[in-house]
Unconditional design. Structure first.
Lengths: 107, 107
């Protein structure tokens, strides 16, 4: 994202979302800010994210459920959660009724 | 913010906001994530932020106007803007009608 160009995170949603959309907003060697758009998507069976960076993730719109190996957490608009590096997790569910817009910060 | 404790950015707003509230959510040597709560607040006359880090800032709720030396930008819910280090800016206005909740990432 260039400096000083205003952008609305709820805008420019594609009409069809056959696959989850990952858009990098800011990237440096130490941090990546991403917008993610889901609509009923979930991680494939048996797939776990196992990341080298910590991740702080916020749901801006919609609803989702993140699954860890020992528990799951429901997230709605405004909910955020901090996930440690190498803490295995997956997206177990996102609502099919509307887009779920996530802001993810990998740091 | 501890790992895996869900938190809602729209919750836990104080009833009175005599001064702008700055809450650090995540802090490392390279990145700081902050929630800022304003209600009609603006930067003092003649004050300019002049920061060592780049800042990506998002308005989650409310309305605000950021002023640069040569222009100003209005922000509503979902609007984000990327501000380079040492680009002088100030908060010229936030709506007095409701809280403005910002998410700021210094990186």
């Amino acid at each position: 994202m260039t400096f000083e160009s205003k952008f609305n995170l709820f805008d420019n949603l594609p009409g069809e979302i056959p696959k989850e959309i990952f858009q990098t907003i800011v990237q440096t060697p130490h941090v990546r800010i991403e917008r993610i758009i889901s609509k009923g998507h979930r991680s494939e069976d048996g797939f776990w994210y196992d990341q080298d960076q910590d991740e702080w993730v916020l749901v801006l719109k919609g609803k989702a459920r993140i699954e860890f190996e020992d528990k799951s957490v429901e997230l709605g608009a405004g909910d955020c959660i901090n996930i440690a590096a190498h803490r295995k997790h997956r997206v177990a569910w996102t609502t099919p009724d509307e887009e779920t817009i996530w802001l993810a910060i990998f740091y």
